[in-house]
Write a protein that binds this ligand. Structure first.
Ligand code: AVJ
Length: 342
């Protein structure tokens, strides 16, 4: 018998939007710290304002950006098997938790498979962005019968995940979309350790990671012919102009993507095309700043780590998990790995 009735009315929705002041203060803080360090950096979370989130959606449909469609194809082909293996023998009822859920577009495939297996499923998306949770809820509720959604606004990199486990259920935590690729190896370890600390032995973890491959293919995914990734990268400067009243001249910076073989990552940068100064007026984070850029100097805006199958396995075993199954596409572009909390 299903533990939850699956009507939308039963879905508790906890939405506590961050106070506006806090959100813009975070942008001001990040800008101050990142642009006064050497080399200059900006954190990738800054990409995802309204415009940036739309650009990212466009990226996921680009011919060169193989990640999203490949992971989706793996889910479509294997979701039933994934949830069956995750539920174990004898079968336990799965609750799906997703830190950093975003819009939950691909999660839907897993939820549908969970409903096929067990009749209904509880889905707990966790995200810092109330707006993202709102779209996760909209994407799932009403469209996927049998799912009840319980949203939680939290910074999953720091705060614990919701703890309201039902008896005789097993958690399946999802961390998909190669989100793990944005973290340095040490940050990734800390992140998965934090996640593991909130699970019980036998709980399951599904990790989606982009694999190391032909450098040309990886570079093309971050430097598409239509220039959408360039627009996505430069949007971060537009955002600082919009939100902090900075005066970045967009035509004086170019998008640059490089493969850093030693670190096994694609890096995105914004390269200053000339010697120039940029002003950021006084704001909540402090006094006015005058930033100087040498010609050719870059702002490092993103790392996107690429994994070998061995690197995925050791990341998991170093954080209290044991990888039990891996699903790939035929070309081995992407890996979806199921691990058991030990
Ligand atoms: C959302 C972090 C998986 O690294 O591929 C896409 C973001 N950056 N194009 C990635 C991104 C440039 C994406 N992740």
């Amino acid at each position: 018998m299903p533990l939850y009735s699956a009507t939308p009315e039963t879905s508790a929705l906890v939405l506590e939007p961050l106070p506006v002041a806090t959100a813009s203060e975070a942008v001001a803080d990040e800008t101050r710290v990142g642009l006064t360090s050497t080399p200059k950096t900006l954190s990738p979370w800054l990409f995802y304002d309204e415009a940036g989130s739309q650009l990212f959606e466009q990226i996921t449909a680009l011919p060169e950006y193989y990640l999203t469609r490949t992971e989706r194809a793996i889910f479509t082909a294997h979701a039933d098997e994934i949830v069956r293996v995750a539920a174990g023998e004898p079968r336990q009822t799965l609750t799906l938790i997703e830190p950093g859920a975003g819009s939950a577009a691909k999660t839907r495939i897993m939820l549908e498979a969970a409903v096929r297996l067990q009749g209904s499923v509880v889905y707990q998306p966790v995200d810092v962005s109330a707006t993202a949770l709102e779209s996760a809820r909209k994407n799932i509720l009403g469209r996927v019968p049998g799912v009840s959604v319980r949203c939680q606004v939290a910074d999953y990199t720091r705060e614990p995940l919701p703890e309201n486990r039902l008896p005789n259920t097993r958690t399946l935590a999802l961390y998909i979309g190669s989100s793990i690729g944005n973290f340095t190896p040490n940050e990734a370890l800390a992140l998965l350790q934090n996640l593991r600390a909130q699970l019980l032995p036998g709980d399951q973890f599904l990790l989606g990671a982009d694999l190391v491959k032909d450098v040309t293919a990886m570079l093309a995914a971050y430097n598409d012919a239509a220039g959408v990734t360039a627009a996505f990268n430069r949007n971060v400067l537009e955002r600082l102009n919009r939100e902090l009243d900075a005066d970045f001249d967009l035509s004086a910076f170019r998008h640059k993507a490089i493969w850093n073989a030693r670190e096994s990552r694609i890096e995105m940068h914004l390269e200053s095309l000339c010697a120039q100064r940029v002003h950021v007026p006084a704001n909540s984070a402090g006094d006015a700043m005058i930033l100087t850029f040498a010609r050719g100097e870059t702002i490092h805006t993103e790392n996107s780590y690429k994994f070998t199958p061995e690197a995925v396995e050791s990341l998991l075993s170093d954080t209290g998990f044991r990888a039990t199954h891996t699903w790939n596409d035929d070309a081995k572009l992407f890996a979806v790995t199921l691990a058991s909390a030990v």
